[in-house]
Design a protein around this ligand. Sequence first.
Ligand code: URA
Length: 230
Amino acid sequence: MGIHVWVLRIPALLQQAKAGEKVTDTDGIDPRSNAVTSKESQSEAEKWELLQAEVARCRKCGGLCETRTQTVFGSGNKNADWMLIGEAPGQQEDLQGQPFVGAAGRLLTEMIRAIGLSRDDVYITNILKCRPPGNRDPKADEAANCRNYLNRQIELIQPKIFLAIGRIAAQTLLTTDEPLSKLRGKVHSLNDTPLVVVYHPAYLLRNLADKKKAWLDLQFAMQTYREITN
Ligand code: URA
């Protein structure tokens, strides 16, 4: 009848991106352009799906996109008050496509329980969405390449509090080279939102004596959250 109904085929685009195919629209319109749908009129779900598809096909870091099994986007509650940001996927995360699923991930789950929450209550992601080979530290240019993805996740979630998981995440997010000992126990700010630094669970697995300090950090984070939400 001459009536055109525009349907965004985002799940299909995500599948294409995951399969490493060039993502195209059957109408030849770049799905990232505003031609069909302006950014404002995209639903939150569409924005998430497009962002995840963009990450899945990212090739900004020459080395990492060659060595990764897959990208690790993030997991959890997209309306969470708490956003937890780690450093980068490790081997298990690279294989499973989910953040913090190895031994350190199991301890992180316990740490989340210690603040009275479950993994489904918080959103977890990393500075880097690809595993650095051999779990080496992320390079500055890799963190910079990935930053826009993290910023867009933050913009969509609009958390009430950030937890920076470990030294690398804390130093990258706060653009500082201060040691973790100086960064913990303070309320920092990221995008006008409080940020608390906690020990990385992988570090705690190697340094059991610091578990008591880790518990204090989590209590401090809970107290900070209560103060901002009461
Ligand atoms: N360490 C991190 O920083 N992130 C993960 O996802 C896993 C281990």
